[in-house]
Write a protein that binds this ligand. Structure first.
Ligand code: ADP
Ligand code: ADP
Ligand code: MG
Length: 506
């Protein structure tokens, strides 16, 4: 067994801070790395040591393998925790670590090679009797071939890229005519995001639910346990916004069956450490289909930590240093219900466009059953260089409704001024009747009209131009910080959109 003395955290933002906290709890020294944009970041001040990565773009900083390895050696780090995103699923970093005797906190480079390829994973899953969504057998060469195969599979289809992630490169085609455009835009997006494009075609399920299983495997891959499911159906652009555990449609018997699928896939790829096996649940038949392996810690891991009491990040570190899994499968007990809302610097009223600016005011909520994972601080500049996630707000309750009520109170209390955020969107969702009754699917945002409802609420009716001006000023300078109650009147209507809010008299 190799106990770590020092671990380098190759990430930024809330997840770097989360890992640093886990290291401190275990009595392990932490080493941060940072880009020029992150000099004043909390992960830098909270770590025991910090080294600059010089530059601001991902490619020169948090994706710079030689530089990160060099800092790991210079700082005498025993291991690297990659967080999520960036290099977390990068087989080359894992390989470099293996060669240089630095422990990569995650699965082996060999496993990462397979699990990074959705295509190869689907074949392995099928071989292990785990159902998969019908898809092309081989990557398709061009849009003509794509159209031919799409017609065989049957519309609607999705064009996907074997090495994709974060929803990028996924494009829908409803008919043969739409295949060329879908192929071209999938290719453009994949090339710019991942530098490669291996296209495949998958049958599009209609309004499925996204349900995933958290697994943790010992470092030798011999022991794999699951920590139940998370439902992540509330999404925009194929990316998650809200996650829940348990899923409202899961029963004990189904949980065991889907978890068994997840464990079979994990074993098939020789999985080690924490990972997630994603599935889609067909809304009509209730059947589950394997989607992909996320071979890393996930954004939404706190939801599972709340309902199981397992510290997933701490476990990752302990397992990587050769310790046994801290719990046996039969010791995993599920308790209550948890919800996570991703607080992003995005404007829900402008199709979730990223918003940048400086944080002028910040107040974080608290109270029983509330957890906030964030590295945000007043005065921080939110730049367009990185992901838009500002904070994760997680609530726990004895049952779903208590978690939801606590979430509503916490969202009300959560104040961020300076950028647009998804907070108003989440408030709307938490009170939506479909959401309240657990009737969600991956088309929830369109189906529920939450954004239209939000727009109505943001529209102020008033006859008094002074009050209107005051309202606009408060929204511009202190969004959500102050409430100005304007008497409703049909005389004049104000719409507020995006950063440059404007008045729209009717
Ligand atoms: P999760 O399933 O953990 O919620 P997301 O899809 O939301 O994952 O992605 C988590 C983070 O990782 C986001 O910052 C996302 O942009 C990034 N990400 C996901 N996949 C990739 C990838 N293949 N390459 C680069 N970044 C990625
Ligand atoms: P990524 O690697 O970008 O996370 P995934 O394959 O995990 O890509 O899919 C992301 C999301 O796209 C899913 O959660 C789901 O909403 C949607 N999606 C993917 N495949 C399908 C499919 N075959 N049918 C319907 N929706 C899908
Ligand atoms: Mg996915």
């Amino acid at each position: 067994m190799t106990e770590f003395n020092r671990v380098l955290v190759a990430n930024r933002g809330e997840i770097a801070l989360r890992v640093i906290r886990a290291l401190k709890t275990l009595g392990i020294q932490s080493v941060a790395v940072y880009s020029d944009a992150d000099v004043a970041a909390l992960h830098v001040t909270e770590a025991d040591q910090a080294f600059p990565l010089e530059g601001v773009f991902g490619s020169e900083t948090y994706l710079n393998i030689p530089k990160i390895i060099e800092i790991a050696r210079k700082s005498d780090s025993d291991a690297i925790h990659p967080g999520y995103g960036f290099l977390s699923e990068n087989a080359l970093l894992a390989k470099n670590c293996e060669e240089k005797g630095i422990k990569f906190i995650g699965p082996s480079s060999e496993t990462l090679e397979i699990s990074g390829d959705k295509f190869a994973c689907k074949k392995l899953a099928e071989k292990n009797k785990v159902p998969v969504v019908p898809a092309s057998e081989e990557p398709v060469a061009d849009s003509q071939e794509a159209a031919k195969i799409a017609a065989e599979i049957g519309f609607p289809i999705l064009l996907k890229t074997a090495f994709g992630g974060g929803g990028r490169g996924i494009k829908e085609a409803k008919s043969t005519e739409e295949v060329k455009d879908a192929f071209d835009s999938s290719q453009r997006e994949a090339k710019s995001a991942f530098g490669r494009f291996e296209a495949f075609i998958e049958k599009k399920l209609v309004k499925p639910r996204h349900i995933e299983i958290q697994v943790i495997a010992s470092d030798d891959s011999n022991e794999v346990i699951h920590l139940g499911e998370r439902e992540c159906s509330v999404q925009r652009r194929y990316q998650k916004l809200i996650e829940l555990s348990p899923s409202p449609v899961m029963d004990e018997e189904t949980r065991l069956r889907v978890a068994d699928y997840a464990i079979r896939v994990s074993k098939a790829v020789n999985y080690a450490n924490a990972g997630t096996i994603e599935f889609l649940r067909d809304s009509e038949t209730g059947s589950y289909y394997f989607l992909e392996v996320n071979s890393r810690l996930q954004v939404e891991h706190p939801v599972t930590e709340f309902v199981t009491g397992v510290d997933i990040v701490g476990t990752q570190i302990q397992v990587a240093s050769g310790n046994k899994l801290p719990v046996k499968q039969k010791e995993v007990k599920f308790s209550g219900s948890a919800i996570e809302c991703r607080i992003n610097a995005e404007d829900p009223l402008s199709d979730f466009a990223p918003s940048s600016g400086s944080i002028e005011y910040l107040h974080l909520p608290g109270g029983p059953g509330i957890r906030v994972d964030t590295a945000l601080f007043e005065g921080q500049e939110i730049t367009p260089y990185y992901d838009s996630l500002l904070a994760k707000l997680i609530s726990w309750g004895e049952a779903f409704d208590q978690a939801r009520q606590r979430m509503i109170v916490a969202l009300d209390e959560f104040k961020v001024a300076g950028v647009e955020t998804t907070i108003p969107f989440h408030k709307q969702v938490m009170q939506n009747s479909l959401f309240c009754s657990g009737k969600i699917n991956t088309s929830f945002i369109e189906e529920s009209n939450v954004v239209q409802e939000l727009l109505k609420q943001e529209t102020v009716h008033s006859e008094d131009s002074y009050l209107v001006a005051a309202f606009l000023l408060s929204k511009n300078q202190f969004p959500q910080r102050q409430k100005i109650v304007l008497e409703p009147s049909a005389q004049r209507r104000l719409s507020t959109t995006g950063k440059g809010r404007f008045v729209e008299p009717l």
